[in-house]
Ligand binder design. Sequence first.
Ligand code: AMP
Length: 295
Amino acid sequence: MQRRLRPPFLSMQVVSSKQEIRNVLDRLRLQGKSIGFVPTMGALHKGHMTLVEQSKANADITVVSIFVNPTQFGPKEDLERYPKPLKEDMRVCEAYGVDILFTPEASEMYPDRQNIGFVIETMTDHLCGQTRPGHFQGVVQIVNKLFNIVEPDVAVFGLKDIQQFRIIERMVEEFDHPIRILPGETVRENDGLAVSSRNLYLTEAERKKAPSLYQAIYHIAKEIEGGNTDLVSMLDEGKALLERSECKIDYLSVVDYQDLQPLPSVQEAEKIIVAGAVFLGKSRLIDNLIVNRNS
Ligand code: AMP
């Protein structure tokens, strides 16, 4: 088997074959090391790096994967133009003390046609699941495969992708993966915009409008925290704010943290997610805030 050459400045191991990463991790497990895992699609930023820090605080060895998973992109989505600055990503991972970077090709992860899929009930009925049909099936497929390859003790996922986070938590429970899932707080720019690889697509003018998504969900979250129960008018105000910034609204919703179903009234849940997605030019941005009503 041909070994991939490692750039001489890296002490981090960069591995692209499933067998090789299994061998490397088996050796480490035999030495009693625990494994932390941060799956990503690359174009790494400070949000990803807080997940790395969390993994390092919770496990001996941190593995980051970079894989732009084709099965979670719809036919009209941005798979082809998704940024792939691999050299810079390697530099960042090295600087943050990542131990192993797993960078498989699509042919390594999907050598054949996949015949077996996943059905996700109710949790994909709303939010991104509604507008990105098949997306979370692709996410569950790849995360399941990565979990079976890396076999981590802990895995860290960002709360920025709250629906993904909740579905992965559920998958681990239902499929009996012996993995602890840790949540990573959303990292934001100074003006509130959630850091995202997709922010790279924004023009200067769009970048100025982008924080309105955070402003809209923040407004609703604060109103709920302050005791406002009039969901319809809160959502209307949030939508008006987005429209003034010329954001095309994909959704703006208030759902129950437990089952991700829209709430008829805020009194019906203790833990609430205020979530939104907008199109700005070529970019689709998502964000959310979690409100604990009784804290
Ligand atoms: P991605 O590369 O977009 O698939 O994201 C990889 C992981 O990073 C996911 O668990 C995301 O939820 C998480 N993530 C993305 N953006 C942020 C952010 N701004 N703050 C914290 N975590 C993030």
